[in-house]
Design a protein around this ligand. Structure first.
Ligand code: IMP
Ligand code: MG
Length: 185
């Protein structure tokens, strides 16, 4: 293992969650998911929300022992000026037919809640057996629409974070840790 760490980029304030803590927490979440769905008949369909969830998804599914299928969707959200409420639109749907399956939505971060509440509603209307959510990060201070989270990685303060799939204008998405950005002046 290379133990020499590159210095923190100068637009980042600090590391909020390091690699070891991430790995430990993802294993715990996988254990919880394995336990919760151990008796299902059809494979669990995990639906990752692109792009932010792809690294969390990759780490999570490699720790699952239950039968499962990986799928992804792409959405876009428009923030209306002056309000916190974003309008969500599906850009790319799942390949799988979700009807008759337990579905687990895999998201990088819960902010206002508009993305997840839209997805829970949309997938719930497709004859799914259940729709639950695994969210790597949660910013409780930002919630506008209440959303039920069954599997939550970490609660974080109201700061912009990057790494482990999350970006700022496509920057820092592939950092192995979660870091806090220094706000732009
Ligand atoms: P929501 O619909 O407001 O809950 O927004 C969730 C989406 O906003 C996430 O899937 C992210 O794409 C994005 N987002 C919110 N906060 C952050 C952050 O701190 N860093 C990177 N992306 C974020
Ligand atoms: Mg996202």
């Amino acid at each position: 293992m290379n133990t020499v760490k590159p210095p923190l980029s100068d637009d980042l304030a600090r590391v909020l969650i390091d690699e070891d803590s991430i790995s430990k927490r993802v294993s715990e979440l996988a254990d919880e998911i394995n336990a919760k769905y151990r008796n299902i008949e059809e494979p669990l369909i995990l639906v990752g929300v692109l792009k932010g969830s792809f690294i969390f998804m990759a780490d999570l599914v490699r720790r699952l022992t239950i039968p499962h299928v990986v799928d992804f969707i792409a959405i876009s959200s428009y923030g209306k000026k002056g309000t916190e409420r974003g309008e969500v639109r599906l850009l790319m749907d799942t390949r799988e037919n979700l009807a008759g399956h337990h579905v687990l939505i895999v998201e990088d971060i819960l902010d206002s809640g508009s993305t997840l509440s839209y997805l829970i509603r949309t997938f719930g209307a497709r004859g799914t057996k259940s729709v639950e959510t695994a969210v790597f990060l949660d910013k409780p201070a930002r919630h506008v629409i209440p959303v039920d989270i069954q599997f939550r990685g970490f609660e974080i303060p109201d700061v912009w974070v990057v790494g482990y799939g999350l970006d700022y204008k496509e920057r820092h998405r592939t950092l192995p840790y979660i870091a806090e950005m220094i706000p732009e002046k």
